[in-house]
Design a protein. Structure first.
Length: 116
C-alpha cells in the first residue's frame, strides 16, 4: 500500500549526517508499505534557494504511522538528490503504475492544522 501526503509547509528538517536544521516545504511524501518494510521518500523545496530535493525520510516514529503523527514528527533525511523542479522528479515515485498499490489515498494537511 502507498500513502501520499501533499503540501506540508514550513516543516523543520535536518540531515542525519549532522547538518543544521532548516525549514522546508514538503510537496510530496510517499509512504510505501511492502512485505519487507516501510519506506518513505519525499520531495522538498528549500525555502532559501528554491531547489527541489528528493530525500529518504528517517523518522523518530514508525514510518507506517507517519500520516497519523505528522504534526509532531522530527524528520531527518539522507543526502538528497537535486532536481530543477518537482515535475522532473515526480516520475521517480512511479505511483500510477505500481502493481502493489492496493489502496491509494491522498491526504491534504491544511497549514493551520500543521502549524498548531
Amino acid at each position: 500500500m502507498k500513502t501520499i501526503i501533499q503540501n506540508l509547509q514550513k516543516v523543520p528538517f535536518a540531515s542525519v549526517t549532522g547538518a543544521a536544521q532548516r525549514i522546508v516545504d514538503m510537496r510530496l511524501i510517499v509512504i510505501d508499505e511492502r512485505p519487507y518494510g516501510t519506506f518513505a521518500n519525499c520531495m522538498i523545496v528549500d525555502s532559501d534557494n528554491g531547489r527541489t530535493e528528493l530525500v529518504e525520510l528517517v523518522a523518530d516514529q514508525p514510518l507506517a504511522k507517519l500520516k497519523d503523527f505528522i504534526e509532531s514528527v522530527k524528520l531527518r533525511g539522507w543526502e538528497s538528490l537535486h532536481y530543477p523542479n518537482l515535475e522532473d522528479a515526480a516520475d521517480l515515485f512511479d505511483i500510477s503504475n505500481d502493481s502493489l498499490v492496493a489502496d491509494f489515498k491522498i491526504t491534504q494537511v491544511p497549514f493551520e492544522e500543521y502549524a498548531a
